[in-house]
Ligand binder design. Structure first.
Ligand code: SAM
Length: 161
């Protein structure tokens, strides 16, 4: 079965210190202190009302610098192939990224954020607040990442994607 393509309109753009994929943190990390700004385009700014009370937000974005998708990848932190949907690798059929970042302030449509694993100039598709009672879960299994997740905290991308 095939379905019609879907078109999204970016609501803003992410300004980050990371100019190339290589060397960018592989996940949001406080340890790596990658602060930046999220600029929301003026027509979408009314949607920011009441967001300032949240300290953590999800950024949902277009992995715009990804050129090709792969259904099987050798993810960061591993040396064998995995199905892409069992990873957070950026080379996906629909190149959509999801990062949980710190929200420091909002001023005139500019969000100051921390913990970016996102390239400079990345189009932003959506923002959602992190809500512990909804987004927290216990008794989680992490499959092939068992014993590896602590490496996320201080690991940068290489040139594999
Ligand atoms: C492993 S992905 C994870 C992204 C997000 N946290 C997620 O889980 O969907 C992070 C890597 O994607 C790459 N990346 C970040 N922004 C990108 C963009 N706009 N286009 C292509 N690759 C990007 C960088 O190499 C970064 O280290």
């Amino acid at each position: 079965m095939s379905m019609n393509p879907i078109t999204f309109t970016p609501i803003g753009v992410i300004h980050s210190p990371h100019k190339s994929k290589e060397g960018t943190p592989i996940q949001p990390s406080r340890l790596q202190r990658s602060s930046g700004e999220v600029e929301i385009f003026s027509e979408f700014r009314p949607g920011l009302r009441d967001l300032e009370g949240f300290s953590k937000i999800f950024l949902i974005f277009h992995l715009h610098a990804m050129q090709e998708s792969q259904l099987e990848v050798t993810p960061y932190l591993d040396d064998q192939t995995r199905g892409v949907f069992a990873t957070r690798a950026p080379s996906r059929p629909n190149p959509i990224g999801l990062s949980l970042v710190d929200l420091f302030s909002i001023d005139n449509g500019i969000l100051k954020v921390g913990g970016l694993d996102i390239l400079d100039g990345t189009p932003l598709l959506d923002i959602k607040p992190f809500i512990p009672d909804i987004d927290h879960a216990e008794g989680i299994k992490v499959g092939w990442l068992e014993d590896k997740t602590h490496h996320f905290r201080n690991h940068q991308a290489d040139d594999r994607f």
